[in-house]
Design a protein around this ligand. Structure first.
Ligand code: PEP
Ligand code: MG
Length: 586
């Protein structure tokens, strides 16, 4: 038995097998049951096969466009795929240590990268980037489609304790706390929101442990004593007995009950609309279960991922799309479903979608050719999607939303295409008027011209995930600047206010669908800034509803007014910490 002492964050005592989440690298390490080892190994094989196909395709396209020198980079990666020290070693690690495939791949590639650090030749040293690139590809291929820690945590099949280096509130709000009984984090002082959340959820937690995520082994039995601020590794019978008693005393398990639906009503009667963000039509069930009023963002480009492709939707042709959209509208009725048209960049379009998106002469633009811009540049697939959407609109409450809008002319052009598609389908003006068409505000230019866009849009939706990145000039995937990605930066808050006002002046609805809304403290601030409609990941909805019920909008408006006068993120965080109290029950 060994005790690590940290900061008591949320009382209660629980025990379970440890699951390790390393946020920095986004790799989760967990113990795989013996019966699933072969399956885990098969996933590595499948990932390698996918990587081989992808790299061969990339290689021939690079060769055709840029010649053999550049193409040889991918020759090197293809060779690495067959290197005995890489994939076979990862398989060995899975078998020997009974850990998950992504972790094993990360381990092997970390070891190999370390060797490159000692190489004097700068050219060879640079090849470390290729190693990381290949490791990233293999990990991505383990799960076709987007993989988030939330997806991975869903796979757990026994009660566990989460040990993380950091646990941001937006992830904590999405964890299924029926499976994860408590958590302990290395970080502490910076995660105050997460500690507050834990108390509200009545999930025992200890923070500020410094190196628990390194010391604890996946699958090891641990206990979290949230009142004492201790993480106990290999706890003795006395502690386990206390944990059992705590569970028997009816320690609530967050999120276990069915959730109420309809708007969240605040203590002073203000109604807040909570919609769900989803990626796959199957997620509709989770949205309904969480009590979402409707779908505020369906990321339709996920139709084109490998997962769906495997089920036959290679080109997502009009007929196929129509069927999918119709089922979604019927499944969510009477709630509205906001379908965002494909938000792809050129690279995505080529690798996921093929057919009709990118021709031979296209050049990659490194970030700007995306979303609505790409749809307008390649109108054929866009037209197919619009026709499918309009046909489906007869079966429910559809809203069409365009991503990555940066100016009024793009919006007008897109609306014109909607009109043309409606005319082709013989859809009258009345039927068309029943389908609101809106713009996402996720490019600073759109935020600054929200008053102009609002005249040509039926609704606006603020997409802070991209807006923060483009407004603050921070690429989240670049570790050197990712700490500057701050949702509470005064510039972001001002933009939110600007967009809300623009929408109000034109009497059109405005919502916010970025990740930041799933942090309940930030959500409270956004309500204080005047927003009343949000769309978030389904798992975050029940908690948001519960916390909003305890708050008064007037109080939040007063806090928001003070926050808007503050100059730094630190001051804003301190103001929120002092004034927005959630989950006092703990
Ligand atoms: C956003 O940018 O805030 C958004 C919701 O879109 P996505 O996360 O799909 O880019
Ligand atoms: Mg976006």
């Amino acid at each position: 038995m060994k005790r690590l002492v940290g900061i008591a964050a949320s009382p209660g005592i629980v025990a379970g097998r440890a699951v390790i989440l390393i946020q920095r690298e986004q790799v989760l390490r967990y113990r795989v049951p013996q019966a699933r080892i072969e399956n885990e190994i098969a996933r590595i094989g499948a990932s390698r096969d996918r990587a081989r196909q992808q790299l061969t395709d990339i290689r021939s396209s690079v060769h055709a466009k840029h010649g053999s020198d550049l193409a040889s980079i991918f020759d090197a990666q293809l060779l690495m795929l067959d290197d005995q020290k890489l994939i076979p070693r990862a398989v060995e690690i899975v078998r020997e240590q009974r850990v998950n495939a992504a972790w094993a791949i990360q381990r092997v590639f970390d070891d190999v990268s370390a060797v490159f650090d000692d190489i004097a030749d700068p050219y060879l040293r640079e090849r470390k980037g290729d190693v990381a690139d290949l490791a990233g590809r293999l990990k991505m291929n383990l799960r076709p489609g987007r993989t988030t820690p939330r997806d991975l945590l869903r796979e757990l099949d026994e009660a566990s304790v989460l040990i993380a280096d950091e646990l941001p509130p937006s992830i904590a709000a999405q964890v299924d706390w029926t499976k994860i009984r408590g958590f302990a984090t290395d970080a502490g002082s910076r995660t105050y929101h997460t500690a507050i959340l834990a108390r509200s959820l009545e999930v025992p937690a200890v923070v500020g442990l410094q190196d628990a995520s390194r010391v604890v082994q996946p699958g090891q039995l641990v206990a979290v004593d949230g009142a004492a601020g201790e993480l106990i590794i290999d706890p003795g019978e006395e502690i386990l007995e206390r944990a059992r008693r705590h569970a028997d005393d009816g320690a609530p398990v967050a999120g276990q009950k069915g959730e109420p639906s309809g708007p969240a009503v605040m203590a002073d009667g203000i109604r807040i609309r909570l919609d769900a963000n989803i990626e796959f039509p199957d997620d509709l069930a989770a949205a309904r279960y969480a009590g979402a009023e409707g779908i505020g963002l369906y990321r339709s480009e996920f139709l084109l991922t490998d997962g769906v492709r495997a089920r036959g939707a290679v080109n997502a042709d009009e007929e196929e799309q129509y069927g999918i959209y119709r089922r979604m509208l019927e499944g969510m009725a009477p709630g509205a479903v906001t379908i965002r048209t494909f938000d792809l960049d050129e690279e995505d379009a080529e690798s996921r979608a093929g057919n009709g998106w990118v021709g031979d002469n296209d050049r990659r633009s490194g970030g700007g050719m995306r979303g609505l811009r790409l749809s307008l540049l390649k109108p054929e697939p866009f037209r197919r999607q619009l026709r499918a959407l309009l046909r489906a609109s007869r079966h429910g409450a559809l809203r069409i939303m365009f991503p990555f809008v940066s100016g009024v002319e793009e919006l007008r052009q897109a609306r014109q295409m909607v009109k043309e598609a409606a005319a082709e389908l013989g859809l009258g003006a009345e039927a068309l008027a029943r389908v609101p068409v809106g713009a996402m505000i996720e490019v600073p230019a759109a935020a600054y011209t929200a008053d102009l866009l609002a005249r040509d849009a039926d609704f606006l939706t603020i997409g802070t995930n991209d807006l923060i990145q483009y407004c603050l000039a921070v690429d989240r995937s670049d570790a050197r600047v990712s700490q500057l990605y701050k949702p509470l930066h005064p510039a972001i808050l001002r933009m939110v206010v600007m967009v809300r006002r623009a929408a109000a002046r034109q009497h059109i609805p405005v919502s916010l669908c970025g990740e930041m809304a799933s942090d309940p403290v930030v959500l409270a601030l956004l309500v204080g800034l005047g927003l009343t409609e949000f769309s978030m990941t389904p798992a975050a909805i029940p908690l948001a509803r519960r916390l909003l019920r305890e708050m008064r909008s007037e109080d939040l408006r007063a806090i928001a007014r003070r926050v808007l006068r503050l100059a730094t993120v630190e001051e804003i965080e301190a103001e929120l910490e002092r004034n927005i109290v959630v989950g006092q029950r703990g």
